[in-house]
Design a protein around this ligand. Sequence first.
Ligand SMILES: [Fe+2]
Length: 177
Amino acid sequence: MEEPYLPQKLIDKLLSRHSKVQVSDVLRYVERLKQNLCLNPFQTPYSREVLFEDERGEILFMRWAKNVFCNPHDHASAVGYVVLLEGEFVERDYEFDQTLVRNGSRKVSSPGIFPFERNRIHDMKCMDEGYSLHIYKPSITGMKVYDLERRRTLCVDDSCGAWIPNDAYKILDVQFW
Ligand SMILES: [Fe+2]
């Protein structure tokens, strides 16, 4: 049987409601993840790989392009956290009330970890090429991606990252504002 990229014990810890995850729990697996997963992102802000998913949630590994913001997005009904493994990131917050308004922006460095609560809208970029692990509880289904240019909100297929999909069939719903 193929070696999983993360041991089951760590997966259980990442998806647990109670245990406190430390960045160091994940850091020792970075090289293995980097060597085996995620193509260099081409024309998207990051490439993504689902490492694990069950009824508790999902764990995604992402490889970031240099200096490209993803689109502002929510995480549907999920809560969770991001483990920054490599690279310096910028995260920006938004609020939506008839239009999308940017609230704040911060630099976040690797190694680091930050939680996000339900209903948070944000975007991120990596200043250089970088890597991150994303834990969503439960799995994201029905993510909203905000398109500032065309003033619309897209509900996208669960296989999509936080950008406007090229394939029209991956756009499940559009609301203009
Ligand atoms: Fe996000």
